[in-house]
Every structure is written in C-alpha cells, then in structure tokens.
Design a protein around this ligand. Structure first.
Ligand SMILES: C[S@@+](CC[C@H](N)C(=O)[O-])C[C@H]1O[C@@H](n2cnc3c(N)ncnc32)[C@H](O)[C@@H]1O
Length: 336
C-alpha cells in the first residue's frame, strides 16, 4: 500500500505545535550566538532536559535546527526566521496561528459546522476581537503576524496603483501600520492615518517611523463600529471585512460612507474567492474556515462584496486581481 498524502496532512498539526513550542521557548533566540546542549537550553527555559532534547530533535527533522553531536544543536538559516529580531521573522505568525484561542477553536470546529457559530465565542463567551482588546499579549501576536504577512505581500498588492492621487488615505483596521507605510512610500506627497482599536495600533508609530513616513502619518485609535476619521479622500480596508459577518461589515462600511469625502474612494483589499474554487485558492479557503471558527467572518466573492457595498451606499467600480502572490483583489468603490 502506498503512503497517503492525507495521512501526512493529519500528522502536520504536530509540526505546527512543535514550531509554536520553539517560538514560545525562544529557542531560536537562544541559539542565535552558537550551538547549545539540551541541558543548557533546559536550564535557560525552565524545561525538562530529556523532554526538551526530544523537541530539539524534532526541530532538527523540520529543518529548524541542526544536530552537531549527541547533544548539541545549532540554528539553521531557516530556523533563524523564528528569531524575534529577524527582519523576516515568522515567530508571531506561528504564535498567533497556534495561540490558545485559535488552537482551541479549530479543536471545536465541528461546533461551528453544526451551528454556524464561531467556536471561539462558544469557548470564550465573547467575540475574538473583544477578547483581544482585553488581552494585549494575545493581540500582540495577531499584530506581529499581520505585520509579517502584510510586509511580505504589500509591495505586490499595491504595485502599479497610483496612491499619489489621494491627499489623505485612512487605513481602517490598519493594525501596526505596515500597509500604510508601504502606501505612503509609494505616494510621496500623500498623508495617511492608521486607524485601529487601541491594542491594534500599539506598534504603528514605530512602524511608520522606521519606514520614514511618520511626518506624513497619524495614528488614531477607536472602534470602526462607532466611527472612523472623517474627511479623507481614500479609505483602505485590507483584510478587515473578511473578519466579520454581513451585518457587522455593513456597520463598518456605513461608518466609512459617513466619513468619506464626496469624491472619495473606498479601496478594499481581500482575497476574493470565485464561485468554483480549486487548489490554487487553498490559502483563502483555509482563511475562510479560520474566520468561521474564530471571528465569524468569511471570504467572499466579488458579487457578495458588490452587494455589501450597495447596501452601504457605495458603487463597486472595479475589481482588479489577482494581485501579489497570495491572490488579492482590489475592489474600488465610490459613494453612490
Ligand atoms: C486581520 S487584521 C488586518 C490588519 C491590517 N489591515 C493588515 O492587513 O495587515 C484586522 C484588524 O482589524 C482590527 N480591528 C478589529 N476590530 C476593530 C474595531 N472594532 N475597530 C477598529 N479596528 C478593529 C484589528 O485590531 C486588526 O488590526
């Protein structure tokens, strides 16, 4: 009998947890300056040395570490991406996707499939972003993960689009400012505002400063369910609407509609899915289920976005994509 790739898929959840253990124990950071033994690492991490050695060997199998001799382990180039200070760090991506909230929600995904409710709310008794608002250390994982994923894809997503036509661009739910920073670097005379909940914007000023655009950017905190900064001529929503069900999307869009200048433009960046999907939509379809179990949102078709926009008083003018290697769509709309 041949080995089944489906069995490999089932085994893979262990790899994710192994990476998360390494990230939480800061193994990569501790090995940044040279190989160490499991005994040294166990002393530094407060773990049981023989058990930790088993984790280190599994990390070797995943290509994160290299075993130098019976009990010395060194970091590989790939493993260096788990370092906190690596420019291409994936530490927060791992920590967010394997966080207690995400992990337990996936563990309870049958609840979502049976009821349509988020497993997160079933387990925690509140919506995921409300929980993040009360748990800054968990919000920091999401912010770091989004910053990393947006940093990877932003240049490809905005390439060829002229943001310099706008005088003020508000990135609604703009998180740590990575996307707005990339936009403002491409539009040298435009100003921008990152708007997000207080736990979302904690690192935004630093990101904008590091990108050299802080003099043209403000950071404003608040809830987009209450209002968004008014009077700008461009409002960006990237990976925000997919977090929410239709009713909540409408509330966000209606608040943008109230705030936007009469000639303004709404720019929504999402991984719009077609009616008939294939394996090439894998990432969007995994994210779709992540939204089902975690936040109550979903990945939508262009037709679904058009209907949402119309209900909120916008006309969808163009849908352009796929953009970047994760297949984003730019949906441009104007006040109806
Ligand atoms: C999936 S992240 C997208 C972040 C960013 N736009 C990006 O693409 O990297 C969703 C963002 O919505 C923010 N958010 C959630 N609820 C919010 C609220 N009520 N008001 C403002 N921002 C909120 C979160 O803090 C988070 O930064």
């Amino acid at each position: 009998m041949k080995r089944s790739p489906l069995a490999d898929v089932a085994w893979n959840y262990m790899s994710a947890q192994i990476l998360n253990d390494a990230a939480e124990l800061e193994i990569a950071d501790r090995l940044a300056h040279g190989a160490q033994s499991s005994i040294e690492l166990a002393a530094a991490t407060g773990t049981h040395a023989p058990s930790l050695r088993r984790l280190l060997r599994a990390l070797t199998a995943l290509g994160v570490l290299e075993q130098c001799d019976a009990d010395r382990f060194a970091l590989t180039d790939l493993g260096a991406q788990l370092r906190k200070d690596a420019p291409d760090t994936v530490r927060d991506v791992v920590r967010f996707l394997c966080s207690e909230g995400a992990w337990s929600s996936w563990g309870d995904s049958l609840h979502s499939l049976r009821t349509g409710e988020t497993a997160f709310e079933h387990n925690y008794g509140m919506q995921a972003f409300e929980y993040l608002g009360q748990h800054p250390e968990e919000a920091a994982k999401l912010n770091g993960a989004m910053g990393r994923m947006t940093g990877e894809t932003a240049a490809g997503i905005i390439a060829g689009y002229d943001f310099s036509q706008f005088s003020t661009i508000v990135d609604v739910g703009g998180g740590n400012g990575t996307f707005l920073a990339e936009i403002l670097r491409s539009a040298k005379d435009s100003k921008g505002i990152v708007f997000d909940m207080p736990t979302g914007v904690t690192d935004a000023a630093a990101t904008l400063g590091a990108a050299g655009v802080a003099d043209r950017a403000d950071v404003v905190d608040g809830s987009f369910f209450a209002s968004v900064p008014s009077g700008a001529d461009a409002y960006v929503l990237k990976l925000v609407l997919h977090d929410w069900d239709d009713d909540r999307c409408l509330r966000i869009l209606e608040n943008v509609r109230q705030a936007i200048a009469p000639e303004g433009r709404l720019l929504v960046f999402e991984r719009a899915v077609p009616e008939v999907v294939t394996a090439e939509h894998r990432r969007a379809l995994l994210a779709d289920l992540l939204m089902l179990v975690l936040t109550g949102g979903k990945e939508r078709t262009v037709t679904e976005y058009r209907a949402l926009f119309e209900s909120a008083g916008f006309t969808l003018d163009t849908a352009t994509g796929p953009l970047g290697d994760l297949g984003f769509t730019r949906l441009e709309a104007t006040p109806a």
